[in-house]
Write a protein that binds this ligand. Structure first.
Ligand SMILES: [Zn+2]
Ligand SMILES: [Zn+2]
Length: 257
């Protein structure tokens, strides 16, 4: 069994807590140490026993809180060499950095973390699956394009965290300058609701228990729209469907093999 909660999700800060009976890991740390603690407690967990932090890419909304967290808790931080080289200047002096290559599998006390490359405008962005006792959590956020590799790695997940960033029409009509719109829409940008839907469709299977929509754009999407679209895909499927928020943690979910 794996427990997980998205403590925050969106362009102002991301962090995912994944736990077993004896191990906890974080994926990304774009929240302050205070917020991490408050939100973890709000779902009935603590950061005690945190064993590792995994970083997807160097954008500030994924790494801003890394420095304080790792200095206070002395946990190792895993990332690729290029991600490490491109961290923002304010995220410096990290103790215990562990470098891996995209594609590596890293075991952390019973949780098998597998990395895989994704397409995003960062130095060497990766995403992860986390497995324990047969239960598999797959995540894909901050990617502009769903590759065969992404589909293959997420295949068979019992829990899915999928980016549902924007509605292309809202993006087009919105206030973002054309350059930024192009960046978001591009192959190295962010997934639209429709792109998420087609990925979700491909990943449906009887063992899927939880689908969490993530990294929803404040300006170019609405949680209701993203939910409505995903709910269509999940019609007649029993999986729970939730949307992650920027300012509050999701409930704590459990998945089993
Ligand atoms: Zn992001
Ligand atoms: Zn990003």
């Amino acid at each position: 069994m794996l427990r997980f909660t998205l403590l925050g999700s969106g362009s102002s800060g991301n962090a995912l807590l994944v736990a077993t009976a004896r191990t906890k890991v974080l994926v990304d740390c774009g929240l302050s140490f205070k917020q991490l603690n408050l939100r973890t407690q709000a779902v009935g967990e603590t950061l005690d026993g945190l064993q590792a932090v995994f970083v997807t890419h160097e954008h500030a909304d994924h790494v801003d809180g890394l420095g304080v967290l790792t200095r206070k808790m002395r946990v190792p931080v895993f990332m690729t060499a290029q991600t490490y080289a491109c961290l923002p200047p304010k995220v410096s002096g990290l103790p215990g950095v562990e470098i891996f290559d995209a594609g590596d599998r890293i075991p952390v006390d019973g949780i098998e973390v597998e990395s895989f490359s994704i397409s995003h405008d960062a130095a060497d962005p990766v995403s992860y699956t986390l497995q324990h006792a047969g239960a598999k959590l797959g995540m894909a956020s901050d990617l502009g394009h769903v590759s065969q590799l992404v589909r293959a790695r997420l295949h068979g997940s019992h829990g899915l965290i999928l980016e549902s960033n924007h509605c292309p029409e809202m993006l087009l009509r919105g206030s973002y300058p054309p350059m930024l719109q192009q960046r978001i829409r591009g192959r190295q940008g962010h997934l639209s609701n429709a792109a998420m839907n087609s990925l979700l469709e491909d990943l449906l299977h009887d063992g899927l228990q939880v689908v969490l929509l993530a990294h929803i754009s404040k300006e170019n999407n609405s949680p209701e729209l993203a939910l409505r679209m995903a709910a269509k895909v999940l019609e007649r499927h029993g999986a729970a469907l939730h949307v992650a928020r920027q300012d509050a943690p999701t409930p704590l979910f459990e998945i089993r093999a």
